[in-house]
Write a protein that binds this ligand. Structure first.
Ligand code: ZN
Length: 114
């Protein structure tokens, strides 16, 4: 499956930005890493919040943005919230009970300062 040229450009641009910022945070010198933390990290948080705002769940954890299943219901919890939680907050011991049908997100790599 190929994406449209416009979306492909958008997708590549975003992927390149994320790859670049990750590289600079992990392998840049201390000044570069600090710049990423102070300048780019807040932008990333803003972007993640914007995505999560699009997925505002109701009291049952379902949102109107996630694709509905065969029964016409959105999955609960909202997959955007679940992925963000798994990548950023959850530890290996915190895996949700219904994880068997949940796509496995790419686990974050933690850059350790020296
Ligand atoms: Zn959602």
């Amino acid at each position: 499956m190929s994406s449209s040229p416009i979306f492909g450009q958008l997708e590549r641009s975003l992927a390149d930005y994320l790859t670049g910022i990750t590289y600079r945070a992990q392998f840049g010198d201390q000044r570069t890493a600090a710049t990423v933390a102070r300048c780019e990290l807040p932008r990333l948080v803003t972007a993640l919040r914007a995505v999560l705002d699009e997925h505002a769940p109701d009291e049952s954890g379902r949102c109107n943005r996630c694709r509905t299943n065969r029964l016409g219901r959105a999955p609960a919890p909202c997959r955007a919230y679940l992925s963000a939680h798994l990548c950023l907050v959850a530890t290996d011991e915190d895996s949700p009970a219904d994880a068997e049908d949940t796509p496995v997100p790419v686990r974050r790599q933690v850059a350790l300062g020296s």
